[in-house]
Design a protein around this ligand. Sequence first.
Ligand SMILES: [Zn+2]
Length: 182
Amino acid sequence: MSFARPGGALLAALLAAAPAMAQAPHQHGHGTVNIAIERDRVVIELHAPGADIVGFERAPQNDTEKQALARAIEALQRPLTLVDLPAAARCAVDEAVVAAEGMNDGAPEGAHAEFEAAWMLRCADTGALRTFDFAPLFARFARVEEFDVTVVTARGPSTYEVDRDHPTVDRGGTFWRWMTGR
Ligand SMILES: [Zn+2]
């Protein structure tokens, strides 16, 4: 699915320039995150296999699975409890949209299914966004192993990989170089 993107034209262009999001069949354990930063706005798009988030990839078949699905969606609607951002950035959630693709009744059997989330944030100081720490997300979803992360700004994309041992995207000095033009 494609999300409505209420951000500016540049944000939309930035996201469009990011590598194609994971298309089914995905690899279990592996998810994709695209982050676009423009002025005071940050858009984070996350794709993760259903197997990683709830342990199944079809419509829930009993109350336990229905609850697991509902709880996962609820968790994915609260991005700041899943990704730690530097406090100095002072980010707040504008909107969080979550879809469980292929997990509705009538979804084809035997197909992959995945969660997609779009998180629209507004930050008082995006210059302070030197790190994105996914440790809480790994803690919340025990089957997630790894994310390929792309951070896109007007200067282009940078790619990272986070896993349980290294859960933090550290944008380090390069961000400051472009912020300061040095
Ligand atoms: Zn799958």
